[in-house]
Design a protein. Structure first.
Length: 283
């Protein structure tokens, strides 16, 4: 990595991360090309060159650069050191994913090998508040394991609403039926059986999840998939329409009572001429 100064590469490509571990068949010499000096890529502070892949001849010019001004400074890491750091990072991430699974009650008694297989399939993903992760009646895009944060679980209910003109109209409302927090998971059955979820899940705060996507779930062996089926139930799938109706009525009564109290307080304040922030009520 260039820390100070400017440099120009000698060959193209000059940087090879090589996710597939394969070098190009040939390198293009920029010194012998028809490109003008000003057309050759100039590497500045923060740019990188070289490779951390194993190379048969480590001391060749393919990944060399030429300084264009004095006192250039670089930060370097050897291929061996890079592999060691990456291995440590992967090991730490794997341990964190395994601990997340073990924090969920239904997975604590699983054998070690299935847990490792699921941990290897997890990827981290973060969401801001008020993000719909799963919609009721639709298939879930993943199995979610909550690392931190809180989510609201909502169910739909059909209710009669009185309009301003006195007429009644049936509308669909959403009711908060519960919450999910750290060490909770959701949508296992939805993905396993390829069926719609029974509730909507919306983030109530910043949330970080470990997720297993459908393609990763399909690659798990039959024993692990069977353990998923035996260990989980549909997320809030045991609620009846009566349960949802009752919860909606309770929440509506609570909302109306709070609005009534607020209105009464305002009426008293206005009746006595109280003006918060002014006169003797300034403090």
């Amino acid at each position: 990595m260039v820390l100070r100064g400017h440099v120009k590469p000698v060959f193209s490509p000059y940087l090879l991360a090589g996710r597939n571990g394969i070098y190009p068949e040939s390198f293009i010499s920029l010194e012998e090309s028809d490109l003008m000096d000003e057309d050759i890529t100039c590497l500045r502070v923060g740019d990188c060159f070289g490779t951390w892949l194993h190379y048969e001849e480590p001391y060749t010019k393919e990944f060399s650069v030429v300084t264009t001004e004095p006192n250039a400074e670089f930060m370097k890491i050897s291929a061996n050191d890079y592999r060691r750091v990456i291995t440590q990072i992967k090991h730490r991430e794997h341990t964190e994913k395994l601990n997340l699974l073990l924090s969920c009650e239904q997975y604590r008694m699983w054998p070690k090998q299935p847990l490792i297989s699921v941990a290897d399939s997890i990827e981290w993903i973060s969401y801001p508040p008020n993000t719909v992760l799963v919609s009721e009646g639709y298939k879930s895009p993943f199995i979610g394991f909550i690392r931190f944060g809180e989510c609201h679980v909502l169910r739909q209910v059909d209710v009669l609403v009185t309009l301003k003109n006195g007429k009644k109209e049936q509308r669909t409302k959403q009711v908060v039926m519960g919450r999910l927090g750290p060490s909770d998971s959701f949508a296992e059955i939805s993905l396993l059986l390829d069926e719609p979820v029974t509730c909507s899940i919306v983030t109530a705060s910043d949330v970080e999840l470990g997720v297993v996507r459908p393609e990763k779930l399909k690659n798990l062996d039959d024993v692990t998939q069977q353990l998923f089926r035996q260990s989980n139930t549909r997320t809030f799938g045991d609620l009846t329409k009566e349960d949802i109706q009752n919860e909606y009525l309770q929440q509506e009564l609570k909302r109306e009572w709070n609005e009534f109290k607020h209105a009464q307080v305002l009426e008293v304040i206005n009746a006595y001429g109280v003006r918060p922030g002014y006169g003797k009520w300034a403090k």
